[in-house]
Design a protein around this ligand. Sequence first.
Ligand code: UT7
Length: 312
Amino acid sequence: MYHDPSHTCIAAVGSFVPSRVVTNDELAAIVDTSDQWIVSHTGIRERRWADEETTFDLAYKATVDLLGRYQTTIDAIVCATATADYPGFPSTASLLSEKLGVTGAAVDVSAGCTGFIYALEIGRGMIATGTARTVLIVGSERLSSVLDMRDRSTCVLFGDGAAAVVLTASDQPLWLGTYIRSEASGSKSLTIDPVTKILTMEGRAVYTFAVRAIAETIDALLEEHKLGIDDIDWIVPHQANQRIIASCAKRYGIDESKFFLNIDRYANTSAASIPLALAEMEQSALLTSGQRVILVGFGAGLTYGGVLLLWK
Ligand code: UT7
C-alpha cells in the first residue's frame, strides 16, 4: 500500500561506541604528530577504537541500545558502512537480520560518510511503497581497521562506533525534504585501497569540496520550503573536521552554534557520525518535538546530501 513519503519519521535512536578511548597524546607516541596540531586542525581530542568488536558487533550493540529505548518490530534493515566485516557479502544488514530474526529486506549502502543520508532515503522509499512499515537504519564503522599508522595525515582523524535509528510512518508530514547528490568527480580523493586495504585521502581537496557541499545542501533544502536559516533549530553535520564547519558557518553567515558537534570525543566515524550525533542530542534532551533539523553528510564518492525534517 502506497504511503505519503512525507509522512515518515525517525521514531527512535540508539548508539554504541567501543570502551577504549585513544587520546591524541597516545597517537603522538606512535606517529609524528601532537595534541596541539590535531586539536587546532580538526577539533578532535580523542576517539574510540574497537579491540574485539567487529563492524557487525558495533551495529548490533547500537541496535540493542535502540530497542532498549523503543520497543518495535523491524521489517527491514539498511546498514551504511565502508568497513563491512566481509568484503562484498554477506552484508552487515544480513548479519543483523539473522541475529534479530528480521525477514524483510536487508542491504548495506556504500556511500562513504554520506552513507547514512542515502540509507535514510532508501528506508523512506521502502515505507512509501509499502515494502516495510518499520526500517532499521544503521551506520556502523570500524575505521581503525583500515588506517595506516605511519600516515599522520589520516590515522589521527578516524574513530569506530555505530548508531541506529528506526524509521516509521507518521500521522503528520514530518519529512520535509531530501537532497542527495554525487559530485561526478573526485572518486579517487578518498579510497580504501583495494590492494593494501588502507584508507587514503587528499585532505585539502576534500576539505574544499566539503565546505561547498554543506552549504549547497542546506541552501537546497531551505529553498525547497522557502525557509531561512533562522527557521532551523539544529544542523547535524557529518563530523569530519570542526574547521570545515567553522569555515562553512563563516563563509555562508550561519550561526556556528546551530551545528551540533561531538567530533572532539569520537573523531570521524564516517557513516556512523550523523546518527551518533543524533543519539547524543536525543539523550541530552537537545532535540524536542517540532524542531526543524537538517542532517547533512559529505564524503567518499564524492557524495553529499541531507534531509530536512521536523523532529517527532
Ligand atoms: O569524512 C570524509 C570527508 N573528509 C573530510 O572532510 C576531511 C577533509 N580534510 C581535512 O579535514 C583536512 O584537510 C585535514 C585535517 C585532513 C588536514 O588539515 P590541513 O589543515 O588541510 O592540513 P594540510 O593537509 O594542508 O597539511 C598541513 C601540514 C603539512 O605539513 P607541511 O607540508 O606544511 O610541512 C602536513 O604534513 O600539516 C602536516 N600534517 C600534520 N602535522 C602534524 C598533516 N597531518 C598532520 C598531523 N600532525 N597529524
